[in-house]
Write a protein that binds this ligand. Structure first.
Ligand code: ARG
Length: 467
């Protein structure tokens, strides 16, 4: 069969041009959305009296048949039909005859492809929010199990102050909460219908865009037909949110890699989530977090790629915009691949509480608290800082930790020390002293977990409403 747009042409398309310009190789992923949009469109054509009901019924049956065949892998997509839209239409015509050619009345591929992308991304945003939610749940379970696990907290990757391991995990729960909220917010801008914009200017047929929107459950229709067909902000927005999600995952990945090294030995990832070395039999490599860390690069790349494609593009549709798809599909696949592994990997992670405790006992992360102790006795903080600096230096030079010092040794540095200091310096005391909203004290972290569970229930409700 010749091209659907072949009328104006006197020659066959060069086959290299066909191959170069075709998007069917990747946009076949939009088959379902394409047919979903077409079903709504043709129903509207019937309702508005643009097509006789009899034709509408034939076209709908034909579209459903094509969809079924696609699902059963019975359709061979063809590069000479360029993209999913024309491949579906060709197959529809093959299925029901020339009446299939009426489907495209009052529509252009420009508003059609934009509609497909909106439908596609709308589903993915819900799916991905659900996956982030699962990861949060796994983190919260670990946090609950580690409400009594004290670990050094770091700044500059130097031991800073002891914290609850639960508190550390809950930081990620907050990060993923923002990610979910960003995705939920973006849904508002995704859930807008472009169809009815035609190629760029609208259509001469008396269509009803709001009826199409209602059938497809879009909240709104695009205000401006030029904007409708040339807007890809919603994809850019998705790619930026995806980049931030990957950045968060890469930070957690980096910590998992560090923590599972022999040097830290804070956690052990389950065997099911690690791989071995082909030469060094003793090895168990944290490949999953490493690869997630690495794949962050391609997601950033996809964002930069599309920003650059869209830069300076004149209105309205330009073929450049076909380049919006592969990066988006790749980003969805990369995110889903990472998230589907992360939740069970976190859930099965073993926490080496004893080793974490040893690390806390053998460091100076309680130093701030003796400074605060002296401040409590009336010493200005700057002077207290100086006193403790000297005390720590003395310890380092004598191979001791603060809790090893005798009262006489303490008194060398300040007369203000008394026996209470031994209690003040206990890791539990240090942690529980940070009893401020958002701090690491056990009660505070337990409250934070409860608050996060409230937010997580709100996510669940949103997911239910948008399933
Ligand atoms: N495959 C095209 C794309 O993805 C569909 C729109 C084509 N429109 C056109 N006027 N050539 O962008």
């Amino acid at each position: 069969m010749s091209k659907l747009w072949g009328g104006r042409f006197t020659k066959q398309t060069n086959h290299l041009v066909d191959e170069y310009t075709a998007s069917i190789g990747f946009d076949q992923a939009l088959a379902e959305e394409d047919i979903e949009g077409s079903l709504a469109h043709v129903t509207m054509l019937g309702k508005c009296g643009i097509l006789p009901q009899e034709d509408v019924e034939k076209i709908k049956a034909g579209l459903n048949k094509v969809l079924e065949k696609i699902h059963n892998n019975e359709i061979e997509f063809s590069v000479s039909d360029e993209d999913i839209h024309m491949n579906v239409e060709k197959n529809l015509i093959a299925e029901i005859g020339p009446v299939g050619g009426k489907l495209h009345t009052g529509r252009s591929r420009n508003d059609q492809v934009a509609t497909d992308m909106h439908l596609y991304l709308r589903k993915r945003v819900v799916e991905l929010s659900g996956m982030l939610h699962e990861l949060q749940k796994a983190l919260v379970v670990q946090a609950r199990d580690n409400l009594d696990t004290i670990v050094p907290g770091y700044t500059h990757l130097q031991r800073a102050q002891p914290i609850l391991f639960a508190h550390h995990l809950m930081a990620y729960v907050s990060m993923f909460q923002r990610d979910i909220e960003r995705l939920m917010d973006s849904y508002k801008r995704i859930n807008v219908l472009p169809l009815g914009a035609g190629a760029l200017a609208g259509t001469t047929f008396p269509i009803d865009r709001h009826f199409v929107a209602e059938q497809l459950q879009f909240d709104r229709v695009y205000e401006n037909s030029l904007d409708a067909v040339s807007d890809r902000d919603f994809i850019l927005e998705f790619l930026s949110h995806a980049s931030i999600i990957m950045m968060h995952l890469s930070r957690l990945s980096e910590e998992l890699v560090l923590w599972s090294s022999t040097e830290f030995n804070f956690i052990e990832l389950d065997d099911a989530f690690c791989t071995g070395s082909s030469i060094m039999p003793q090895k168990k490599n944290p490949d999953v977090p490493e690869l997630v860390r690495g794949k962050t690069g391609r997601v950033y790349g996809n964002l930069m790629g599309l920003l650059t494609v869209l830069k300076s593009l004149p209105l309205a549709y330009n073929k450049d915009m076909q380049e919006d798809k592969e990066g988006m599909f790749d980003t969805v696949a990369t995110l889903e691949g990472a998230l589907q592994l992360f939740a069970p990997m976190i859930a099965t992670m073993k926490v080496n509480k004893t080793r974490m405790r040893e690390a806390v006992n053998k460091d100076f992360s309680n130093a701030t608290d003796i400074a605060d102790f002296l401040v409590g006795k009336g010493l200005p903080f700057r002077q207290a800082h100086e006193v403790i600096g000297k005390t720590v230096l003395y310890c380092i030079q004598n191979g001791k930790y603060l809790l090893d010092l005798t009262m006489d040794e303490f008194k060398q540095f300040s007369e203000l020390f008394d026996d209470a200091i031994y209690e003040v310096l206990q890791p539990e005391t240090v942690v529980n002293a940070r009893n401020v909203y958002g701090g690491t004290a056990t009660d505070q972290v337990a409250d934070a977990i409860k608050r996060s569970e409230v937010l997580m229930r709100m996510t669940e409700q949103w997911l239910e409403e948008h399933q």
